[in-house]
Design a protein around this ligand. Structure first.
Ligand code: F0G
Length: 432
């Protein structure tokens, strides 16, 4: 069951043990292509269900449970796993009502070991790095990829090298990268430039790049779709709504769904809705122009995780939208933070970028694209504790150009029974 690397544009093939991210002939992005005809005889719903009870590495992972569809030929001993995945799929009836649909689920990828969906791609990426004999792995990041890379590099006893901008990275993420022992580089450049730098330096110094331009990252991230469908007992939802930054996740989702369909494991594909922040929406702009071309932009958004102006996986995301009859929507920072407040208020919580899923779903219902009776799954990509500054800033009305629609006031009181009683009884509070 040997898989190959294949260029998505010209179809040229390469062995999977070659360190390569784009096609040598045409520069196109590469896919890890599995032998689906052979896999058809091997994989089944029953196989994946049986592994749900496994206590052992790697099948106790919500990524490696689907090993045959991720990296079939890898030796189990090589797998670097926390384990990751096995995240909750929450039914969210109150948020469904808020968004205007009958049935809404939220799949919380912030429940991964390092607090974001990136762990699913990092387990497959670092496993491949180990199989290739690489000793150093690197990425550019808005914060979550670097947290995840740092954690998995530590686990695999490799040197992790992380590049991020010298401002605008959420504190929780910055702290993780440093704490997990990565070589951390703060650079006076945005994410897009940092990614260029990493790719050049990696080539020069023989370092393995673990951004989502690496096709093995996307193989792991496919498991979000596999696990979601297994949790829904393989009943296909009408929509999957996901935030879009560098467009790795949406690209992986398209590939996952297409493969499941080709394997006969699902009978139709859900429609993909990719949601971008208004100040970082080059995919949305291209969508509106019929995908003529991608025009990179200087990105700005409160959702710092997706502050990306030149998404590397653009061609794969366009392909995924084609496969799934997908759509793209754009939401303002105000809409993102209000949707986040709603998700947080359910006791579920997420970081700002994740709230694009709910904000976007609501907007698409308003526009009549998602219909009321349809079943929607929103992907929450990161944990609420990743970016506490944004949360506190919202509730204390300190975020620039955002007026909180759902603020929760932080009360201040002297240690006085009378004063505290007055507050809890909702009476007027004297100001201090
Ligand atoms: N949500 C969160 C919380 C993210 O951290 C990211 C990406 C995305 C959504 C967008 O996903 O890039 O696959 O479209 N964060 C990357 C990082 C860029 O460096 O952590 P995408």
């Amino acid at each position: 069951m040997q898989s190959i690397l294949q260029c998505m544009d010209c179809g040229r093939q390469y062995p999977i043990d070659k360190v390569l991210y784009t096609c040598e002939a045409c520069g196109g992005l590469l896919d890890v292509q599995h032998d689906l005809d052979t896999l058809k005889q091997v994989v089944s719903r029953a196989l994946f269900d049986e592994r749900l009870s496994s206590l052992d590495t790697p099948y106790n992972s919500g990524v490696w449970r689907y090993k045959e569809l991720i990296h079939p030929a890898i030796d189990n001993e090589q797998v670097v796993s926390r384990p990751e995945g096995n995240t909750n799929l929450y039914p969210a009836p109150r948020l469904a009502e808020w968004a205007g649909v009958t049935r809404l689920y939220l799949k919380h990828e912030g429940e991964n070991p390092s607090g974001s969906f990136k762990d699913r791609g990092m387990t497959s990426g670092v496993t491949q790095a180990r199989a290739l004999g690489m000793k150093r792995v690197a990425c550019a990041s808005t914060g979550n990829t670097s947290s995840s890379l740092a954690a998995y590099a530590a686990l695999a006893d490799m040197e992790g090298i992380i590049f991020f901008q010298n401002r605008g990275v959420a504190l929780g993420k910055l702290a993780q990268g440093i704490a997990y022992g990565a070589t951390a580089m703060q650079i006076n450049a945005d994410f897009d430039r940092n990614l260029e730098l990493v790719r050049e330096i990696a080539e020069r110094l023989n370092i393995y790049v673990l951004n989502s331009v690496n096709p093995f990252r996307l193989e792991g991230q496919k498991s979000i779709m596999f696990e979601m469908l297994q949790q829904l007992r393989w009943q296909v939802p009408d929509w999957v709504v996901v935030p879009g930054g560098n467009l790795g996740n949406s690209s992986a989702f398209g590939k996952a769904l297409k493969e499941l369909f080709e394997l006969g494991m699902i009978d139709r594909l859900p429609r993909l809705a990719i949601i971008q922040a208004e100040g970082a929406n080059p995919l949305y702009r291209a969508y509106k122009r019929g995908f003529d071309h991608l025009e990179p932009l200087k990105a700005h958004t409160v959702a710092t995780a997706i502050k990306i102006g030149n998404p590397v996986n653009y061609p794969k995301a366009v392909r995924a939208l084609g496969w799934t009859d997908g759509v793209v929507e754009s939401v303002t920072d105000q809409e993102i933070m209000d949707a986040k407040a709603m998700i947080d208020r359910q006791g579920i919580g997420c970081e700002p970028a994740s709230a694009c899923s709910l904000a976007g779903a609501r907007k698409l219902v308003d526009a009549g694209i998602i219909r009321k009776g349809e079943t929607v799954v929103g992907i929450l990509t990161g944990h609420i504790l990743k970016d506490p500054d944004a949360t506190i800033g919202y509730h204390s009305n300190q975020l620039e150009n955002i007026t909180p629609s759902y603020p929760n006031k932080l009360h201040q009181a002297e240690p006085s029974i009378e004063e505290i009683t007055r507050i809890l009884q909702g009476e007027a509070i004297p100001t201090h």
